[in-house]
Design a protein around this ligand. Structure first.
Ligand code: G3H
Ligand code: 13P
Ligand code: ZN
Length: 332
């Protein structure tokens, strides 16, 4: 059993309170491997942005939970080595699907966990979230709950349409569970295909333009829960230049589409104080690797393609922090 404080990590409580007051959002970047982690830490250290390192159940299985614990501890030391005096780094379980998984992560040094009971009947979601909160709070670990279902693949469950969060449920849910933040559904979704072409219009260049997010639902939630930390999942923008590079060098991602950055900028200024981004990093990594593989077919040193992949992800993370979420300079 190790407490996150021994690893130099922080929970989300103070970070979120400051973000809501300051009108910006904290980036929550998923990672599975060393290059992603290096890129996240370099970007956060250079911009002095608080950051949430997010680990899904799949990432935990892929990377090994013991290694992850040391990687997070290493990330704090690395951030300091890069000149970031007081790194504000959270290690967060993304889409925890059981009490046992959340407990195991808390016992292994995570400073924050998400318990995603959004696919359960309301009362079961409340009971499960409450159980996780009761355990987590003993160790000052913060907990994210979820109400409403995102379209796409979530928690190994595929939903073919959104079920928007019902603002009339949020006070009851947060009061009964004691959760520290709430993920809501307002039209974002996971992955690189957030909308079908049929749901979109096309602009002059023939590019897909997605339907707008349901900001009225977000406003309804904010009205019910003034000042409460709100989380947006499925917030990758699917940068067209990365998709184009992938497709140019042998990939096949037709009609991939994400959330326009203007909408995320608007959300970041509201009570949304955590924005989850995974797919964009996967695209940045894949685009750089494909390009090296295609242009230098004789190359077989992994550093020669993983290095450019890391550079490209770092550039993406800095862009998100500075130009979309506005969290730069908030953790000096
Ligand atoms: O919300 C899901 C995250 O993008 C993690 O995805 O389960 O494939 O690691 P994953
Ligand atoms: P994206 O697939 O849009 O990056 O969403 C990631 C996410 O919500 C992780 O929980
Ligand atoms: Zn998610």
């Amino acid at each position: 059993m190790v407490n996150y404080k021994e690893l130099g990590l922080v929970n989300t409580r103070e970070m979120f309170a400051k973000a809501i007051k300051g009108g910006y959002a904290i980036p929550a970047f998923n990672f599975n491997n060393m290059e992603q982690l290096q890129a996240i830490i370099m970007a956060a250290a250079e911009t002095k942005s608080p950051v949430i390192l997010q680990v899904s159940k799949g990432a935990r299985n892929y990377a090994n939970q013991t290694l992850l614990r040391y990687m997070a501890e290493g990330a704090v030391a690395y951030a300091k080595e890069l000149g970031w005096e007081k790194p504000e780094i959270v290690l967060h379980l993304d889409h925890g699907d059981s009490f046992e998984l959340c407990k195991s992560c808390i016992d292994m040094g995570f400073s924050s966990v998400m318990i995603d009971g959004s696919h359960l009947p309301y009362d079961e979601n409340v009971a499960l979230t409450k159980k996780v909160v009761e355990y987590a709070h003993q160790f000052d670990v913060t907990v994210e709950g979820e109400l409403g279902v995102l379209a796409g693949v979530e928690d190994e469950v595929v939903a073919d349409h959104h079920t928007y969060t019902r603002p009339e449920e949020v006070v009851d849910f947060t009061t009964k569970t004691g959760c520290d933040s709430l993920a809501i559904s307002i039209g974002t979704s996971h992955g690189a295909y957030k909308f079908t072409p049929a749901q979109c219009t096309r602009n002059a260049e023939g590019r897909l333009v997605p339907p707008p997010l349901a900001f009225d639902v977000l406003e309804g939630v904010e009205k019910e829960l003034p000042g409460f930390p709100i989380v947006l999942h499925g917030s990758s923008s699917v940068p067209q230049e990365e998709v184009d590079t992938i497709n140019k060098f042998g990939g096949n991602l037709p009609d991939a589409i994400g959330i326009p950055e203007e909408e995320l900028r608007k959300a970041a200024k509201s009570a949304v104080c955590k924005i989850n981004i995974d797919s964009d990093s996967r695209l940045a990594m894949t685009a750089a690797i494909r390009q090296v593989m295609a242009e230098k077919p004789a190359e077989f040193d992994p550093r020669k393609y993983l290095g450019p992949a890391r550079d490209n992800m770092k550039k993406l993370y800095i862009h998100k922090i500075v130009n979309v979420l506005g969290s730069d300079g908030k953790a000096v």
